[in-house]
Design a protein around this ligand. Sequence first.
Ligand SMILES: Cc1ncc(COP(=O)(O)O)c(C=O)c1O
Ligand SMILES: *[C@@H]1O[C@H](CO)[C@@H](O)[C@H](O)[C@H]1NC(C)=O
Length: 464
Amino acid sequence: MITIPYLTALSTYFSYGLLFAFGQLRDFFRKIIDWWQSGDLQGYAPICLGLEDFYIRRLYNRIQDCFGRPISSAPDAWFDVVERYSNDNNKTLKRTTKISRCLNLGSYNYLGFAASDEYCTPRAIESLKKFSPSTCSSRVDGGTTTLHKELEECVANFVGKPDAMVTGMGYVTNSAILPILVGKGGLIISDSLNHNSIVNGARGSGATVRVFQHNTPSHLEKVLREQISEGQPRTHRPWKKIIVIVEGIYSMEGELCQLPEIVAICKKYKAYVYLDEAHSIGAVGKTGRGVCELLGVDTADVDIMMGTFTKSFGSCGGYIAGSKEVIQYLKYTCPAHLYATSVSPPAAQQIISAIKVILGEDGTSRGAQKLARIRENSNFFRSELQKMGFEVLGDNDSPVMPIMLYNPAKIPAFSRECLKQNVAVVTVAFPATPLLLARARICISASHTKEDLLRALEVCFSST
Ligand SMILES: Cc1ncc(COP(=O)(O)O)c(C=O)c1O
Ligand SMILES: *[C@@H]1O[C@H](CO)[C@@H](O)[C@H](O)[C@H]1NC(C)=O
């Protein structure tokens, strides 16, 4: 739980109130002016309407230079950020040909595989020549190459499950697979801060969805007991099945999952555990095998292990790992397998190569060094930030470090000030976080050097 200092909460509410009031006032006058020259289609309902639209126009657009900044290089420890200018108070932004070389504190490049790598890159290029950028086909048609088979074996072996299935996108892995696993008459119990892909998958499944307080095993148990005793809505029949969904590392909080406790509770009540390791696979654990390895949980106790290749492996796509039976069933039924184009072959080769480096199968100790480095870098950076007096969320060993900003004025101020000093940071606000809890989110990489981190600390400090 984040406890906001009373005064901060007050001033944050006040700032949003002011922004909201002025926005409404401007909208009011705009409506009067537009009344006689409206370009809207006659008789149609407005296609963009509501609070989201207001928020985008009156709040987001005013600071949109802080978001979606184009880059023109790989997202390595340092990267090239394209400079932009605006002739209309940042309503529209135009690219220049100028770039500024910035220290990258924003990408999920935990192990540094997102940049050119001596082992992975030549192999990815080879596979590009041999297989082309796309299979132009779904897995069940012509889209299964030897690389896809190798990748699935490699992933199953890496995460410690009997079998695995890969899809072209991490987001789709959650949103397309949850509706296959559970439907009407089933119950999903979801952590309150689970990723949007899980939320959408759960909604699309038709199952009843209940939420438990973020990372709180005791509340999970309470919800489970209540729901089991209540049963299905109206009929009160027993639930057909119960799935509890959690994440390994929460990407907006930097927190590790309380997995041992949650697994114990799920066992007690015979609920399945679905673990999303998007941010933890490759990034934590002695050999990079994620939160199970880090927290000493047997992977046999986690029924469905999901993850993405877009972070530690520097590629794209997602996976589901589980028992042979579950994976076979998913391959017969999952739309992402049946109807969507399979993982791009060079992307698949990148993942296979990255896993080989992590496991030391490339014949070097680079993988082990990267894992040691991400841990040292993360723990060093976190403790230094805390020493400087920042309010940093999250746990030790997690490479994700949110710094709380709260006040809407601080979002662009912090982001712009850092960029001026050639440090690129990601700031996150509503709707990705609750309105009051805007933050900057630092992602540490194994490819950051000690000098990089010291410089980043200095800039973060001087920007607040
Ligand atoms: C927890 C979690 N699950 C799933 C995804 C979606 O993965 P992808 O970005 O690879 O589509 C993300 C992405 O950020 C995530 O944080
Ligand atoms: C537009 O963005 C720039 C940074 O790119 C910033 O310095 C400036 O204050 C912004 N202007 C307005 C009107 O918000």
